[in-house]
Design a protein around this ligand. Sequence first.
Ligand code: PMP
Length: 308
Amino acid sequence: MPITPTKKIWMDGELVDWDDATIHVLNPTLHYGWGVFEGIRAYATDRGPAVFRLTEHIERLFRSAHIYFLEPQFTVEQVIAATKETVRVNDVESCYIRPLMYLGHGEMGLLPVTSNTRISIAVWPWGTYLGDAAEENGVRARVSSWQRISANAIPPAGKGTGQYINSSLAKVEAIKAGYDEAIMLTPSGNVAEGSGENLFVVTRGTVYTPPVVDGVLAGLTRDSIMTMARDEGIEVVEKSIVRSDLYLADEVFCTGTAAEVVPMVEIDDRKVGKGVPGPVTKRLIELYRQAVTGRLDRYKEWNEYVRE
Ligand code: PMP
C-alpha cells in the first residue's frame, strides 16, 4: 500500500523532515531483522485526532523490545508524548502511526549491540488495509501452506520486524493465488491468525477466537472486540479452532489495527455461512467504528486525544 508523505518524522527526540529520515545501508536491522515495531491508528473525532489505545500499543512495543533485549533510551511516557507530538505537527486528523525500534549502525554480525537502540515514529494517512470494499463486502481468504512461527522458533507474542517475513510469505502466496488474505495454522494444525490480523469465528451466536497459546499476537483490536462483544451480551470463548471450524462457521471475521474489522466471506473456496457479512460481524464493525471515533462513552479511556 502506498505511503502518502507527511511533514516530519520523530527520530530519537528530533523532528526530522520526512525526506531526511534515512538510515545507513549497513544498518544491522535491515540485514537481520532485529527490531520491533507497532501499528497504531489515530481517528478524527469531535475533539481532534484521538489515538486508539495508544498507551497499550506503546506498552506492547516495550514488551517486544524486552523480548529482543533492546534498550530504548526513552521511557514509555516519552514515546507516548512523542507519538502525540508527531500526529500534532503533521496536521493529520486521522492517520496510521508506525513507531519502530531499530539498531544503530556501526557493527555487523548476529550478535546485536542492543544498547544502540534507536526509535523513530512516522505517521501518514492510510486507507483500509484490505481494500475499500472489504468492510462492506468481506474478503476471500485461503489457508496458507506457510505455518505460523512457533513460540520456540520466533516468539509470536512480539512484534519483531524480522518475524514478519513469515507473514509476508503467507500474504504473497495468498495474493498470487487470487485471494485477499492468508490464514496461518500452527505447527500442530490449529488455526492461528491472518498475516496481520486475529481471527474470529461465529457459530450459533457464540464468538470463538484462538487463544494466545496458539501462537497468535494478543491483538488490541482482538481485545477491543472481545470486550465490546461481551458487553453486548454475546458469549466470547477463547479456544483452539481447526480448519473445518472455519468452513462450518456462520460468520468469520478478522481484526487488526490496519485492517480494522473485516468479514471473511469465503475460505478455501467455501462460502462462510451465506457468503455475505453476517449480523454479529456487522454489529461489531459498527461498535468498533463508534469506539475508535470517540462516540462510545463506555470506552472513552481508549481514545487518547493528541491536542488535549
Ligand atoms: N496478528 C498479527 C500477526 C499482527 O501483525 C497484528 C497487527 N499488529 C495483529 C494480529 C492484530 O493486532 P492489533 O489488533 O493489535 O493491531
